[in-house]
Design a protein around this ligand. Structure first.
Ligand SMILES: Cc1cc2nc3c(=O)[nH]c(=O)nc-3n(C[C@H](O)[C@H](O)[C@H](O)COP(=O)(O)OP(=O)(O)OC[C@H]3O[C@@H](n4cnc5c(N)ncnc54)[C@H](O)[C@@H]3O)c2cc1C
Length: 391
């Protein structure tokens, strides 16, 4: 098999990249180790920045998102039983975000790819990228028990945080920056209309909680729990009781309960792999960087990377110049580090670290007070939350 761009992984990064290349007249093959149902059901992110929404629309993948997605013009910060709304359009000159689940983004992109794009092979597990530093890199992969080779002009590793692509970059050229947090998020899906029409980020002395939604009838809620927590150790009743405690307000706001349909624990990690390119191998999305989910940046960063790559390759095809491909890694990393910083700061402001001192508690509250009383502080949060504009 031979193609211009071999794409490893059919998460949001790989699927969107295939679509952008198709629209630019560049052929690609996507290799995905799992089956279609698995990729379409995997519960993950749900907040699309303004830039991501614009990219999906321009790529012809925004029709259902515009019909079914929920535009959100703000979030609520909750602390000391108080509520403070951050108004995005007023603070950012009109920007907002869209609540539309990653599962739905993937379904839309898979349907488009199968209808009019290049090959998208499910059950095709990449084993290794070879010859990344030559003009003809290859992906060795296994499908239906047989080993095959995909010959490419370029390979893009969109294979997530445990993928194989980045192993092809020599260790001596690699720098990894990492932080593991001593807590995770216990996330639930519940068949109940959201108790608030915007996301609620709650800082509480018992730990962080987040109220979000997948649709007008499905709520997505999270509780900060110690790292290594087993989701099954929490009964449904215990989860609702704890959510109620952490979202408590001084007014008459109430949390609606409903049947819990899914329960899982997400670990929290910050991780950046530099550089994001080696020869003709490029890394995109979680393959190169992970953020804790507090800033809702993971999926959006993946989109930023593949837009940058697709533009660079289209430029190369049109002009013969490698300039933008050469700039790929530093261009992406500038955005990545801003998202890392924001995600880290949101996490630090809202979560209770084990062993936090009374002094640290007061500092957290002072940060939140500052946000609630200073337009400049609020504007900084609103700009970062709605997205770092693509260069
Ligand atoms: C449990 C969880 C919850 C999350 N929640 C949030 C959230 O609430 N908000 C938020 O913003 N972000 C969240 N994220 C992060 C966000 O979902 C990711 O940033 C996003 O999925 C990145 O997309 P990606 O395409 O780079 O990687 P992925 O979505 O991980 O896709 C990688 C794909 O590559 C495939 N693959 C892996 N290895 C191989 C191989 N060897 N050969 C072929 N295919 C391979 C995988 O099966 C997968 O389909 C969450 C992540 C996780 C893991």
């Amino acid at each position: 098999m031979r193609t211009t761009v071999g794409i490893i992984g059919a998460g949001p990064a790989g699927l969107l990249l295939a679509r952008l290349l198709h629209n630019a007249g560049i052929d690609s093959v996507v290799l995905e180790s799992r089956d279609r149902a698995y990729v379409e059901q995997r519960q993950r992110a749900g907040i699309l920045e303004q830039g991501t929404v614009d990219v999906l629309r321009a790529a012809g993948a925004g029709e259902r998102m515009d019909r079914e997605g929920l535009r959100h013009d703000g979030i609520e910060l909750r602390f000391a039983r108080r509520r403070h709304r951050v108004d995005f359009p007023a603070l950012t000159g009109g920007r907002s975000v869209m609540v539309y689940a990653q599962t739905e983004v993937c379904k839309d992109l898979i349907a488009l790819q199968l209808k009019e794009g290049g090959p998208l092979l499910f059950g095709a597990e990449a084993l290794a990228v070879e010859g990344a530093d030559t003009d003809s890199p290859r992906v060795r992969f296994r499908r239906e028990g047989r080993e095959e080779v995909l010959e490419c002009a370029y390979v893009v590793g969109c294979d997530g945080s445990y993928g194989v692509a980045r192993r092809a970059i020599p260790e001596e050229l690699t720098r990894v920056y990492e932080r593991t947090y001593p807590f995770g998020w216990l996330g639930i899906l519940a068949d109940v209309p959201p108790s608030h029409d915007e996301l609620v980020y709650a800082r509480h002395e018992r730990g962080f909680a987040l109220l979000s939604m997948r649709s007008p009838v499905v709520s997505r809620l999270y509780l900060q729990v110690p790292a290594e927590t087993d989701a099954a150790a929490w009964s449904d009743g215990e989860i609702w009781d704890e959510l109620e405690r952490r979202f408590e307000t001084a007014d008459d706001w109430r949390l609606e309960r409903g049947p819990i349909t899914a329960k899982s624990v997400t670990p929290m990690r910050s991780h950046v792999h530099e550089p994001m390119r080696y020869g003709r191998l490029f890394l995109a999305g979680d393959a190169a960087h992970i953020v804790p989910p507090t800033g809702a940046k993971g999926l959006n960063l993946a989109v930023g990377d593949v837009v940058t790559f697709a533009r660079a390759l289209a430029h190369q095809a049109a002009t013969g110049s490698d300039d933008l491909l050469d700039a790929y890694s530093p261009t992406c990393l500038r955005r990545v580090w801003q998202a890392e910083r924001f995600s880290y700061e949101m996490t630090a402001m809202l979560h209770r670290a084990p062993g936090a001192t009374p002094f640290e508690d007061r500092i957290q509250l002072a940060r939140l007070e500052r946000l609630a009383s200073s337009r400049a502080a609020e504007q900084d949060l609103a700009e970062a939350y709605t997205g770092f504009l693509l260069e």
